[in-house]
Design a protein around this ligand. Structure first.
Ligand SMILES: [Zn+2]
Length: 171
């Protein structure tokens, strides 16, 4: 066996060979720790070419919820309150895809709806779908919290700084 750089991360196969296949180790071995097949929480996806970003939330419904108990509901942040203003549009599946709700899908033969477009993007960047567009401009940020107040951060600038705009203004 060749000498290895101590700092080099182990591959998943190497971790399993070592008998150290805990979830944390596997997550650390991947470039993105977020897996659409299992993730619950928020994810911000940034496009370096356009400067745009979108924040999605995957929310686990409680077993006693009236709507879709036990399912993971996917929503897009569409308002100013990143704790509440999500427009929900489908279910995250165990196979790492997003099943868009029927009323939000395009009619047969039409171009995919914007919701189907978001579902495709999530399935490719976080899930198991084969790439159909260039992924290199995209960066995925898993949920991060403000170091002062603990609220969730969704803007890439805030995530990079580790602090929200209101708390940063008071520093
Ligand atoms: Zn804060």
């Amino acid at each position: 066996m060749p000498a290895t750089d101590e700092a080099a991360p182990l591959t998943v196969a190497e971790l399993i060979a070592l008998g150290s296949h805990t979830g944390d180790d596997l997550a650390a071995a991947h470039s993105s720790a977020v897996n659409l097949a299992t993730h619950c929480g928020t994810v911000t996806i940034q496009n370096a070419l356009t400067g745009e970003h979108r924040t999605f939330r995957i929310k686990l419904q409680s077993a006693r919820a009236k709507f879709a108990p036990g399912r993971r509901v996917v929503g897009l942040l569409t308002g100013p309150d990143n704790a509440r203003d999500f427009t929900q549009f489908g279910f995250a599946t165990d196979s790492g895809a997003v099943a868009v709700w029927r009323k939000l899908r395009a009619e047969g033969g039409a171009a995919p709806s914007k919701w189907e477009g978001f579902a495709r993007m999530l399935a490719e960047l976080l899930g198991s779908a084969a790439p159909t567009f260039d992924h290199s401009p995209y960066t995925v940020h898993a949920a991060t919290r403000c170091r002062k107040c603990g609220r969730g951060l969704s803007h890439p600038v805030s995530i990079a700084a580790g602090i929200g705009p209101k708390c940063a203004g008071r520093e």
